[in-house]
Design a protein around this ligand. Structure first.
Ligand code: ARG
Length: 607
């Protein structure tokens, strides 16, 4: 066993958690060296200047950002001449106005791998949200209308955010706010008398209700009486007429049941199924009254509206002429009810950027109503930018459009069509490699899982606000930064254990000689990346972007694949060394799996 250098004691820095993010220790060690050389810096200032370096550099400090008096080379010289290596930091070099610090390789291996194995499966998690509650509203499809790609994106991004907040210690309430109310239900009720079939309904409620809706819409175009009849029916529903509500109740319940199965398929879940229908009349009335008392409401042709021109948000109708409520009013009432019920510290709406205006109006109204929980964190920000500020209590997480998501049969209307097609496309792809295919235990199930991974990865790979064109060829490809490639990387790691059973189970980390890995730069790259994972999670929480986690997963997968032929386990004669390598790959597998789970993927063991 090589000797382990003693670690110097480090001061503490606020908002760091070295016991969960061991690179905090390395950064504090570097910050300490900076403050020794440059006494006018506080430890916190120095710490915040220590960033991850570009490829090949561990940590980098941009000297100008400290705004110190004196010339860059002189400042740098002070740091370099007073530098003494210790068990954390090995060396420092100057490169233009940057200082690059290299950490001690042996310590890094030992501490990073030690932390991964001590904390797995919670490695990467933190407790920054301890004691706080967040409501995450996502998916929120409309019953009896199509489940479009926008809903799919909300489902995927929302599931990720829910996992992310949970990983950061928050108490998360996963909420599905169904479009289960509105005049269209009067229309369906009218149509159901003519086109409805109990049998079809039980077979596939979502599809059948949609079909009825399409048919009755056609009727309505030809005959205006149909709409009148529908409006009358909906009014009865709004008035709480049990007779008029009975069917609707059944449809809603059956649709939710069906959705639950499909969400389960996607590894997505909800704690609460609520919906527009559940927003109480009283809370909407109270909200309207309050708005009126505050002098915010004006009337126009019988409708009531809030004038938001001052904020460049137009005029928002809050009550229709016939007295029935609308989408915006339901959202206002709903938010107030949620606060009363859950006392959230944060509430996030994952909704397409097509509804940017709606959410900005909605949040502005809440703000004007003086709810303390609806006040923006940056009063100087424009209303539309403010709606998306992740630092606010109520936040709109938006995302761009998806083009080209249609199956070979045509435009996608239902979620189960997307799921099925993803499975089929992947299955055909796998069948092309006959030999490999025949060794897969349950190929259809596996294909489905990989297909879903492909869809999700394509969705989360770029920044949310970007529009993108969905591509089935790319989705099914095992090459490039695709879902199948990621699953493959995990499967390959999982296979090392199966192929080298004599090395398992691994002994306690303290008796594995990680210093034996020091001769492999590829092993160092992997371990270093593993050390960054807790920061990847922290950054994602600040930006609400899944793409950073996706990028991390691919960087890790690439680092592993480059190490594969160089850091070899099978055939390694030095048993100690073989064990150290195995330990590295096991740690890598655990972290890759953690990142994949955060992205709502199910990492596969075999394919
Ligand atoms: N059901 C709505 C739609 O499909 C999305 C709901 C978004 N959430 C909200 N609170 N407005 O357009």
């Amino acid at each position: 066993m090589s000797t382990i250098p003693n670690l110097p004691n480090l001061p503490t820095v606020p908002d760091t958690e070295p016991s969960r993010a061991v690179f905090d220790s390395f950064r504090i060690a570097i910050a300490q060296k900076l403050t020794t050389a440059l006494p006018s810096l506080t430890l916190e200032q120095a710490f915040s200047g220590v960033d991850y370096g570009k490829k090949g550099e561990d940590f980098t400090v941009a000297i100008p950002r400290f705004r110190l008096p004196g010339k860059i080379p002189e400042i740098a010289d002070k740091v370099i001449s007073s530098f003494t290596p210790d068990a954390y930091v090995d060396s420092v070099v100057l490169d233009k106005s940057f200082l690059h610090f290299r950490v001690n390789t042996a310590t890094m291996f030992r501490l990073v791998l030690g932390q991964v194995s001590a904390l797995t499966p919670e490695y990467g998690c933190n407790e920054s949200g301890k004691g706080k509650r967040v409501i995450l509203e996502y998916s929120s499809p409309n019953i009896a209308k199509s489940f479009h790609v926008g809903h799919l994106r909300s489902t995927i991004i929302g599931a990720f955010l829910a996992n992310l907040y949970e990983a950061c210690g928050w108490d998360v309430i996963r909420m599905n706010y169904l479009g289960d109310w509105g005049t269209q239900f009067g229309l369906i009720a009218t149509g159901f008398e003519k086109y409805g079939s109990q049998e079809e309904l039980e077979k596939d409620a979502i599809k059948h209700l949609f079909d009825v809706y399409v048919q009755v819409n056609k009727d309505a175009e030809a005959d205006p009486n149909v709409k009148v009849e529908a409006a009358r029916w909906f009014k009865r529903m709004e008035d709480g007429d049990e007779e008029a509500l009975r069917n609707w109740r059944v449809w809603r319940e059956m649709s939710v049941k069906k959705y639950e199965q499909e969400y389960e398929r996607l590894n997505v879940k909800f704690d609460v199924y609520t919906g527009e229908s559940k927003v109480g009349k009283e809370s909407m009335d109270t909200a309207l009254k309050r708005l009126e008392e505050m002098g915010l409401v004006s009337e126009s042709e019988g409708a009531k509206l809030v004038d938001l021109e001052k904020y460049k948000l137009g005029k928002a109708v809050v009550r229709k002429k016939d007295g029935t409520s609308i989408y915006l009013t339901r959202d206002i009432g709903g938010a107030i009810e949620r606060y009363e019920k859950y006392k959230f510290d944060k509430m996030i709406y994952v909704v397409s950027s097509q509804q940017d205006l709606h959410l900005a109006q909605f949040f502005k109204v809440l703000e004007l109503m003086d709810f303390p929980w609806a006040q923006p964190s940056d009063p100087k920000q424009s209303a539309s930018a403010s709606a998306q500020n992740p630092a606010n209590t109520v936040v709109h997480v938006n995302y761009g459009l998806v083009q080209g998501m249609s199956t070979r049969k045509g435009t996608v209307v239902f979620l189960n069509e997307i799921i099925k097609e993803a499975g089929n496309v992947m299955h055909e792809q796998m069948q092309k490699n006959e030999e490999k295919y025949s060794s897969v235990e349950n190929p259809e199930e596996t294909a489905l899982e990989i297909g879903i991974t492909g869809v999700k990865i394509q969705d989360m790979a770029a920044k949310r606000v970007n529009n993108y064109t969905f591509n089935w060829d790319r989705m099914k490809s095992f090459e490039g930064d695709t879902g199948p490639y990621l699953q493959y990387a995990h499967v390959r790691l999982a296979s090392i254990g199966r192929k080298n059973p004599h090395l398992l189970p691994l002994p306690a980390p303290a008796s594995i000689d990680t210093a034996l890995l020091a001769e492999y730069p590829h092993a160092r790259d992997i371990a270093f990346l593993l050390g960054t994972y807790p920061d990847v999670v922290r950054v994602a929480l600040k930006t609400h972007e899944p793409s950073g986690v996706v990028t991390f997963a691919f960087r890790l997968a690439h680092a592993i694949s480059s190490a594969w032929d160089v850091v070899v386990v099978k055939g390694e004669e030095d048993e100690e060394k073989a064990r150290a390598k195995m330990y590295l790959y096991e740690s890598a597998r655990e972290v890759l799996a953690a990142a994949m789970r955060l992205l709502s993927l199910r990492p596969l063991e075999r394919m």
